[in-house]
Structure formats: C-alpha cells, structure tokens
Ligand binder design. Sequence first.
Ligand SMILES: [Zn+2]
Length: 243
Amino acid sequence: MPARRAPKQEPIANRLLAALPRKSYLQLASGLVPVELAFGEVLYEPGEPIRDVYFPGRSLVSLLTLVEGHLALEVGLVGHEGMVGLPLALGVECSPVRALVQGAGPALRMSAPRLRKELAASPPLQRELHRYAQALMTQISQTAACNRFHVVGARLARWLLMTRDRVRAKEFRMTHEFLSHMLGVRRVGVTEAALVLQRANLIEYSRGNIRILDGRGLEAACCSCYESVRDMHEGAASGAAIP
Ligand SMILES: [Zn+2]
C-alpha cells in the first residue's frame, strides 16, 4: 500500500502572518477566524472601540479620515501586507479612522483580547506589527503629500495600482462615489480622470467595474508615490529594515 501523504499545507494568504516563524504562527492560529468581508462594510468608525482586528487575504480595507463628521478622505489602504486595527497593537483601544471594506474577500479575524494576549507572549508578532506600523505610517505620510502635490489623474493611477497589488487581480469593483472619497475630489473630477486613462487604453471602466488593460502604462502615468510606498512595504515584509 502506498504511504499516505501528509495533507498539503495551505499557504498563508496574509503576508504579515506568513512572515512569522511557523511556531509563532501556530501559537496564534486557533484565535484566527476566517471571515468574508463584504464590499462597503464598515469595520470601525472613528472614536469607537476596536473589538476585532483583521488580517486581509484578498480583501482590501480603506482607512478614511472624516472631516466635520461627513467629508471622508482615504489616508491609507490595508491589504494582504498588513492588519486592520493597528492602534490596538500600539496600546490604543479606539480607532482614529473609519475602516471601510473596499475589496470584498477573505480575511482572518482575531478578537482584541486574544491579540493583546498573543502580543504579550510573542516577540516575533510584536516585531512584525512594529515593522508594519512603520510601513503604514510611511504610506499615510506619502498619501498626505500626494493629495497636496499630485494631480488627480496620477493619484487615480497610483490608487488603481495599489489596489491591484493588494487584491492581486486586474479587475475589481469600484463606484464613482467610492473613488471620490478615495481621492478627495468631486465625482465629476473622478469621471474626467478616469476618461483620460480610458482614452489612453490603460483601463476599462464600466458599470462600477474597473479593469486594468496596461499595467506598465499605468505605472508610467502615476506619480512616484506608488513606488516609494511599495518599496517601503516590500522592505517591511522582507525584514530589510533590520539587518
Ligand atoms: Zn503622488
């Protein structure tokens, strides 16, 4: 009788978790609950307690800062490279931002008490979350500068590339309303910027679906912020920041 093969290990979709030593990952695995995040779902509102954290797989979560309670602007994007609910890992109980699911898909959820317990016991988890905190801070600062200095078309191209990298797909759902929050411009501004990219055959945009036709062309059309943030996240994921 042929020997039975050991069951194949599923690859860990979240890169922050995948970067942990196997032993550390197994330690916290029983606290991770697979969930499906739905498009438009709000995980936290500003000032509300963080009850759970999320490690996205192919899902994507946008961090929005609210001004005067209703004007929302995206300040960060969290995908498979990170964790939603980072303040908790830094000892803060409440979210300063709205966390809005922008790309539906799987994620792993962990309760706040369990995360605190695991953090206290696991230096590798502390190290990965600190690295990620630094990478996210860079992304947020770069986004602030980008919103001030770069034109809408280049920002839209950057945002599309960042989304593509995180959901690992060239096609995704997106409405004008969402995009206007992401880019901090009125819907008419989004329409104009998207039209320019469509006329250049870089994207196709119809009925709330965006398809990237020419990734290299889009990279040429976007601002340098895309590359700066990508390099910082790559460095954080590979541990390049610490020799
Ligand atoms: Zn920029």
